[in-house]
Design a protein around this ligand. Structure first.
Ligand SMILES: *Cc1c(COP(=O)(O)O)cnc(C)c1O
Length: 399
């Protein structure tokens, strides 16, 4: 009787494929367990840098490659990967804040960043203040000896005001204990250089931390969630990496592969989103249904001058505030009448998206925009087709 194979034969198979295989895409390495050569190697394990491998949570060749490419994209030196953009924000908060500290967050920030401060951080004895990102002149008065972290976001998630990044940075740099973190998802490393922003007066250039929801433009597929935290100071990176390790934040090899797949075409896609969105914004600005069209490259959009000061590109988002004569139900009917634009959150994928917002409950500060807003994320469809879709959907609104 011939010998039948055992599970051991199949698990401990002696064949090894030859080395020297090269392809366009890096290999997808997946591991929880990493196998050590011997006990000495196990004891000498080192997860703090990329000199070796320890455990899946601490990196594989595939995650190391993505980390290095993202550091290049953002103009930083080190990267930590997180399971979503929001977890990257939370990681920065957890690494840098402790009970008694205060964090400053722009009033137009990505909503969940504010929610995190209002609920989780508050419960841990960390206070927050929301500030007007267009008014760097008011920031100094909000800073106290407890202020440890300043969040920036350019442009604001829904209302797209472009903050006075240079002015805010200049104020923050007068306080060496304040770390400056930017949510760079909109700019994607391509609209402006986060680590080169120059506050002048011989002050250090750039932000300290840049987080990026890779979910958006780097993925480009609307089918994967991931975030990154890029720094260019080794001590700060180590602090964030330690918290990352203690929190057990990891990413899956297949998800990393999806981001690596999207990355080479990122600049081309970003430019296409940008060009199409400017065309849509110009078209929307001619219509009578809106009291305001929000897009950083439009001269009448809040913060346009701040954008023009540092910017070149403007991403794929444009928001409209509907004229006050329209009831919320009418605005919903406009959004429901869209055919190519789908209703859904996020952006950076091929499909254009629309989301209506009631601004009333979104802001803490007085003087913030009011009314009903529709945010459009422009995908990669032909612009003429998107304009025709907007045109037919707007016909449900009475003039
Ligand atoms: C989407 C987004 C995030 C969060 O990213 P997720 O991967 O969806 O958690 C953070 N900041 C901004 C500006 C975003 O648009």
């Amino acid at each position: 009787m011939s010998k039948l194979p055992t599970s051991t034969d199949l698990i401990h198979h002696p064949y090894e494929a030859p080395g020297g295989f090269h392809s366009v895409m890096p290999g997808v390495h997946k591991a929880s367990t990493v196998i050590f050569e011997n006990t000495a190697a196990l004891r000498a394990r080192q997860w703090k840098d990329k000199s070796g491998y320890t455990y899946g949570l601490h990196g594989t060749p595939t995650t190391f490659i993505l980390e290095e490419r993202l550091a290049t994209l953002e103009g930083g030196l080190q990267t930590v990967l997180a399971p979503s953009g929001l977890s990257a924000i939370a990681l920065v908060d957890m690494a840098l804040l402790k009970a008694g500290d205060e964090v400053l967050i722009p009033d137009n920030a990505y909503g969940p960043n504010k929610e995190l401060a209002l609920h989780e951080l508050a419960a841990w004895g960390i206070t927050h203040r929301f500030y007007d990102p267009l008014r760097a002149d008011l920031l100094a008065d909000l800073i106290t000896p407890q202020t440890r972290l300043l969040w920036l976001e350019a442009a604001g998630s829904v209302t797209l005001e472009f903050p006075d990044l240079i002015g805010l940075l200049k104020v923050a740099r007068a306080h060496p204990k304040i770390t400056v973190a930017l949510d760079n998802t909109w700019g994607a490393g391509l609209a402006f250089s986060a680590f080169e922003l120059d506050p002048g007066e011989g002050l250090p250039k750039g932000v300290d931390v840049s987080i990026h929801a890779l979910t958006k433009y780097p993925s480009g597929g609307a089918d994967v969630l991931m975030g990154s935290v890029v720094t260019r100071d080794d001590a700060l990176h180590q602090q964030i990496k330690l918290t990352h390790m203690r929190m057990g934040l990891g990413v899956g090899g297949n998800d990393v592969e999806a981001i690596l797949r999207g990355l080479p075409s990122l600049p081309l896609r970003y430019a296409a989103h940008d060009a199409a969105t400017r065309q849509v914004a110009q078209w929307l600005a001619q219509r009578s249904e809106f009291s305001q069209v929000l897009h950083p490259a439009l001269p009448q959009s809040p913060g346009h001058a701040h954008w023009a000061q540092i910017g070149g590109a403007a991403g794929g988002l444009v928001s409209v505030i509907l004229a006050s004569r329209y009831a919320r139900e009418q605005v919903d009917a406009f959004v429901d009448a869209l055919k190519l634009f789908k209703i859904g959150y996020s952006w950076g994928g091929p499909v254009s998206l629309a989301v209506p917002y009631q601004l009333k409950h979104m802001r803490a500060l007085e003087g913030a925009p009011q009314g009903t807003l529709v945010r459009l994320a422009i995908g990669l469809e032909r612009v003429e087709d998107l304009l025709a879709d907007l045109d037919q959907a707007l016909s449900v609104l009475p003039a």
